[in-house]
Design a binder for this molecule. Structure first.
Ligand code: SF4
Length: 315
C-alpha cells in the first residue's frame, strides 16, 4: 500500500484545573506517500496538537489519551523516547514549527544552527555537503551560513527553517502555519517552494493552517477540524466547491471575495466558547442552522468515495 502514515482514534486531552479540554477527540486520518494533506480550522480547534502528537511533543498538562500512529508498519506511540529520537524525529517525520521566524537562535550563525542538528543525530563535522544541499533546495546560497538571524528577511528565515526540517531527508513534513507573518508576495514564494520540494523529494506534506484559501492551493486532500474533531474530509476541490458539513459551508463562505460588497460576516459561535463543556452530541450544534434534536447525540461518520462527513444530515 502507498500509505505513508495513518492515525487511528487519536485523543489528546489537556487536564486543566477548570476541566478537561479535548483538544483532539477521536481523530483518524491516513496520508499517502507523496500526498499533501491540509488540516484547517480556527485557533484552538486542535490542528497543531495533531502535529505535536505526530512528533511526540505534546506538553504538560496535555497527554495522549488513546490512539495509534502507524509509520512503516510500526506504532510510533509505543516506541521508547530513545527509539523515536533515533529512528523517526527529523529522519522520518520533520516539522516547520509555528512562529518559525522567531525560532532561530539569535546568538549563533545559520551554519552553526544547521550543524547542531546534524551533530545531535550523530553526524561528524564533515557534513557541509548535506547543509549546502539543503540550502540549495530552498533556493538559498550557502554563503548564508555565515549570517545571523537578524541579518535575514522574514522570507529568508522561513527558508532556513524549511532547510533545517529537510536536513535529514524526511519522508513526511509537517508545515504548521508556514506562511503566517509573511507578506503576501513571500507567502506565495514559500507555497510554491513547498510544492516544488514535495515533488522533487517525493515527500508527503501535512499543511496546518487556519486559512482555507492557502490550504486549498497546496493540498490534494483537506481535513476540516472543529473543536477537536475532523468534521469533514475530502478532495480539496470538493471541499471548496461542494462543502457538505455545515461548518465547512460557513468556512468557505467566510473567505473574503474581492468582487463582493458583503460586509456582514456572521460569527460562528453563538452561545459558548467553552472548549471543555461538550460531552456528547454534535460540537457544532450551537451554531448550526440545520440543528435538530437528534444532533444532541454524537453524529455518525458517513463515508464517501474520497473521505467522510461527520453529520446527521447525511445519515
Ligand atoms: Fe448541524 Fe446536526 Fe450536522 Fe451537527 S449533526 S452539523 S448540528 S446538522
Amino acid at each position: 500500500m502507498d500509505i505513508a502514515l495513518s492515525v487511528d482514534g487519536l485523543r489528546v486531552y489537556y487536564f486543566s484545573q477548570f476541566g478537561i479540554v479535548k483538544a483532539v477527540d477521536d481523530v483518524s486520518l491516513s496520508i499517502r506517500k507523496n500526498e499533501s494533506v491540509g488540516i484547517v480550522g480556527e485557533s484552538g480547534c486542535g490542528k497543531s496538537t495533531i502535529g505535536a502528537a505526530l512528533l511526540r511533543s505534546i506538553t504538560y498538562p496535555g497527554r495522549k489519551v488513546s490512539g495509534n500512529i502507524i509509520l512503516d508498519g510500526q506504532d510510533i506511540t509505543k516506541m521508547s523516547d530513545e527509539e523515536f529520537d533515533n529512528k523517526v524525529r527529523w529522519k522520518k517525520i520533520s516539522m516547520i514549527f509555528q512562529a518559525a521566524l522567531n525560532s532561530l537562535d539569535p546568538v549563533f550563525n545559520i551554519g552553526s544552527q544547521l550543524q547542531e542538528i546534524l551533530h545531535q543525530h550523530g553526524y561528524s563535522n564533515d557534513n557541509l555537503d548535506i547543509i549546502k544541499d539543503s540550502l540549495h533546495s530552498v533556493l538559498l546560497d550557502p554563503s548564508i551560513m555565515k549570517k545571523y538571524p537578524h541579518e535575514l528577511s522574514g522570507g529568508m528565515k522561513q527558508r532556513v527553517s524549511i532547510a533545517m526540517s529537510l536536513l535529514l531527508n524526511p519522508d513526511i513534513l509537517i508545515a504548521d502555519e508556514p506562511t503566517t507573518s509573511l507578506d503576501v508576495m513571500v507567502q506565495s514564494q514559500i507555497i510554491n517552494l513547498l510544492k516544488k520540494l514535495k515533488k522533487d523529494r517525493n515527500m508527503s506534506i501535512i499543511f496546518i493552517s487556519h486559512d482555507l484559501g492557502v490550504i486549498s492551493e497546496v493540498s490534494e486532500t483537506i481535513a476540516i477540524m472543529y473543536r477537536g474533531q475532523i468534521v469533514e474530509l475530502g478532495k480539496a476541490y470538493d471541499i471548496y466547491k461542494n462543502a457538505k458539513h455545515p461548518y465547512t459551508e460557513k468556512l468557505v463562505t467566510s473567505i473574503p471575495n474581492i468582487n463582493s460588497q458583503e460586509t456582514n460576516f456572521e460569527y460562528l459561535h453563538k452561545k459558548s466558547e467553552d472548549l471543555s463543556i461538550k460531552e456528547s452530541g454534535c460540537k457544532f450544534y450551537e451554531s448550526c442552522p440545520y440543528a435538530k434534536e437528534k444532533c444532541l447525540n454524537n453524529p455518525p461518520v458517513i463515508k464517501h468515495k474520497d473521505g467522510f462527513v461527520r453529520c446527521w444530515l447525511y445519515e
